[in-house]
Design a protein around this ligand. Structure first.
Ligand code: 4NP
Length: 154
């Protein structure tokens, strides 16, 4: 089993979408996908209603997810940890115990050479058009990542 973790700040807007989209593109018996937030604000909450809505519009159900906080043992559980932006990346790295932990963490958008800004914008204070924009970025990047994972791990 290859395990992939998507991480943002609250685990209610961006990483639940990345989690749901990537999961929809990979065989469930070979890939385990999860998401977490570096902050504790929303532990136990459903994804933001706007993330649930934009995912549903595109045929993906993320309403079974509940927010949790990133924990040090995630470095042991997951083969790949993807941060949604540089701030989340730095938060994760600050918890790393060694170079092996650090080596498994990347910015998610490093998987997409056609996007130059490597930060997925935080849509929390935005509107549905911001969530739609985030969905499209996450969808195109998840497609590229799923192709790479299938090439390397299937
Ligand atoms: P996320 O968005 O990191 O994509 O889940 C946010 C959610 C909540 C907050 C900030 C960003 N917040 O400040 O509560």
């Amino acid at each position: 089993m290859t395990r992939i973790l998507m991480v943002c700040l609250g685990n209610i807007c961006r990483s639940p979408l990345a989690h749901g989209i990537l999961k929809s593109k990979l065989p469930i018996d070979r890939f385990y996908i999860d998401s977490a937030g570096t902050a504790a604000y929303h532990i136990g909450n459903l994804p933001d209603s706007r993330s649930i809505k934009v995912a549903k519009t595109h045929g993906i159900d993320i309403s079974d997810q509940s927010a949790r906080q990133f924990k040090v043992s995630d470095f042991d559980t997951f083969n790949y940890i993807y941060a949604m932006d540089a701030s989340n990346y730095n938060n994760i790295i600050s918890l790393a115990r060694n170079n092996k932990d650090i080596g498994n963490v990347k910015l998610f958008l490093e998987e997409n050479a056609s996007i130059s800004n490597k930060n997925v914008p935080d849509p929390y204070y935005g509107d549905m058009s911001d969530f739609e924009h985030v969905f499209n970025i996450l969808k195109s990047t998840s497609q590229l990542l799923s192709e790479k994972l299938i090439r390397n791990h299937l």
